[in-house]
Design a binder for this molecule. Structure first.
Ligand code: MSP
Length: 513
């Protein structure tokens, strides 16, 4: 069986989950479900990043014990994932013992292999991004230095251990040339331009100025740099270096397993440069794809506390349902470009694509089956096909022939475009074929049967294709239509199939809230 190991970043346990976190997690869940539908055995990992200065500073600012804040934030994330039907296989927290042990053992291994040496770390640091900056990379404004996102940098001068990444600049550039190792391709040029072309500096991988982190076994004054700690969660979440490492062997070591890391572009550097180098030092395989998607933005820019434009997923989940939220966000953001999240756009997408296309189509077909065929799908008569019927069938075939390729290349947005195009084809088909006119003419009985058979089959196909996104709605459809929305039922002959009652789905909403 083909296998997939897919991850989201582990999110900082310092604040409530927002729509940006939800996007990556929903995308991972949707890809996992599509891959499962293609027959993959999937392991989907998510979790929380719970160490480092940002975490301890935030707890202090909030007047909370660190552990108290971590537990409360983790609870919020887990609740949101539950409400959004995120079907993860494991949830790793970097304070979990299995993780801390794995990180300490990894540090010891790197030290004993002499990939790590002791020195002094002098440089600039962004606590918010937990990222080192050189003087060249910093932005100067009114005598102060800022990171690329605009956080003020602090100066560091402390004893530290370093990872010898500087020797790997050529090696990593070579990896970047592997097809689809980093997706989309535009990220490769960004990385080369801003980091690698100037050469790589050895990375400071421990801190002596903070204590909220995993201590090294060798020297208790040093805690491990939060990014090294965090990246290793992708392995510890599978049981790496633990007594139960069967998932690690099955989903990571096995070369037949595809390893896919998802994140957005601001943390590409860590995933695309340091992570592969670290894996190479540990003599482990590299990920198959590192996918760095665009941001969810509002008209003010990327969501951030300072801009005050953070979108709370519950504002939409509570009004429109979790499926609508899943659908909109996957539809709106894509790998290459940022996606605007606006209320008007949400309502428009909801009304046209979910209420009109998905919902109305289903209730109209159910209504006609009830009216003309006693809730039973009529027979398909190949010899009585009209030109209109043939056109719909041809469009359907074209859509279905590209689905697998779209999924394998993570092209979820184009797949959704194709699905919406097919809804337009079906809407036009109903307008042109006029089943209500056919029903009045006893000579057109075969035509009416074919029309409703084709409509039912096509609509079910589209619902199967949308089922990895519309999780709750799919269950309602399965019950009402008395069938399973699974890939084996694509283009099945439903002649004679009996359906039950379908209540309206996705009721239209007026634009202004
Ligand atoms: N803890 C690190 C990641 C360590 S992974 C080994 C971190 N955490 S974070 O809480 O800041 O989450 C960043 C991730 O959240 C992004 O990479 C992205 O996956 C998601 N998003 C947060 N805001 C986002 C948007 N506005 N738009 C899209 N996704 C973004 O970085």
């Amino acid at each position: 069986m083909k296998k997939l190991f897919i991850t989201t970043p582990i999110y900082y346990a310092s604040g409530k989950p927002h729509t940006g976190h939800a996007y990556t997690t929903i995308l991972a869940d949707v890809i996992a479900r599509y891959k499962k539908a293609l027959g993959y055995d999937v392991f989907f990992l998510t979790g929380m990043d719970e160490h480092g200065q940002k975490i301890s500073d935030t707890a202090k600012k909030k007047g909370l014990q660190v552990q108290e804040m971590l537990d409360s934030v983790t609870k919020d994330f887990k609740q949101l994932w539950k409400d959004l039907d995120i079907n993860y296989s494991n949830f790793i927290r970097t304070t979990d013992k299995v993780h801390c042990d794995a990180v300490q053992k990894t540090f010891s291994e790197l030290l004993s292999k002499q990939y790590i040496y002791e020195g002094t770390w002098k440089g600039l640091y962004c606590v918010n991004c937990e990222e080192n900056y050189t003087r060249d990379q910093a932005v100067e404004k009114e005598g102060k230095l800022y990171c690329k996102v605009g956080h003020e940098l602090t100066e560091k001068n402390e004893p530290s251990y370093f990872l010898k990444v500087s020797k790997y600049a050529d090696w990593i550039q070579k990896q970047f040339k592997e097809k689809d190792f980093i997706m989309p391709q535009a990220r490769v040029n960004e990385l080369l331009g801003s980091f690698i072309d100037k050469g790589l500096e050895d990375l400071s991988v421990t801190r002596t100025s903070i204590n909220w982190g995993i201590q090294t076994k060798e020297d208790s004054k040093h805690v491990i740099y939060v990014w090294i700690d965090a990246l290793l969660s992708y392995l510890s979440g599978l049981g790496y270096l633990s007594s139960d490492d069967k998932n690690f062997k099955k989903y990571f070591v096995d070369k037949d397993s595809e390893v896919v890391h998802l994140m957005s572009k601001e943390i590409t550097r860590f995933h695309c440069i340091y992570w592969p180098i670290l894996l190479n030092m540990l003599e482990l395989r590299l990920p198959t794809h590192i996918i760095s998607h665009g941001w969810v933005v509002t008209k003010e820019g990327k969501m951030s506390k300072s801009l005050g434009n953070i979108i709370n997923p519950y504002d939409y989940i509570n009004t429109f349902g979790s499926d609508a939220f899943r659908y909109f966000i996957v539809r709106q953001v894509n790998l290459e470009k940022d996606g605007i999240f606006s209320h008007d756009l949400f309502v428009e997408t909801f009304n046209t694509q979910l209420a009109n296309n998905y919902g109305n189509m289903a209730t109209r077909i159910a209504g006609m089956l009830k009216k003309y065929f006693n809730n039973t799908v009529p027979t398909f008569n190949k010899n009585a096909l009209t030109e209109l019927d043939k056109k719909v069938i041809a469009a359907e075939k074209k859509l279905l022939s590209s689905v697998k390729d779209r999924i394998q290349h993570f092209k979820i947005n184009p797949l959704l475009d194709d699905i919406q195009d097919q809804y337009n084809v079906l809407n036009k088909y109903i307008d042109d074929a006029k089943p209500w006119v056919l029903a009045k003419d006893p000579d057109k009985k075969d035509q009416l049967s074919n029309c409703l058979n084709i409509l039912f089959t096509s609509a079910i196909n589209l619902m199967i294709l949308l089922s990895p996104i519309l999780v709750k709605t799919s269950k309602i459809i399965e019950k009402a239509f008395n069938l399973q929305l699974n890939p084996e039922n694509i283009s099945k002959d439903w002649s004679g199939h009996k359906i039950d009652v379908l209540s309206p789905l996705f009721a239209r909403v007026e634009k202004s809230k």
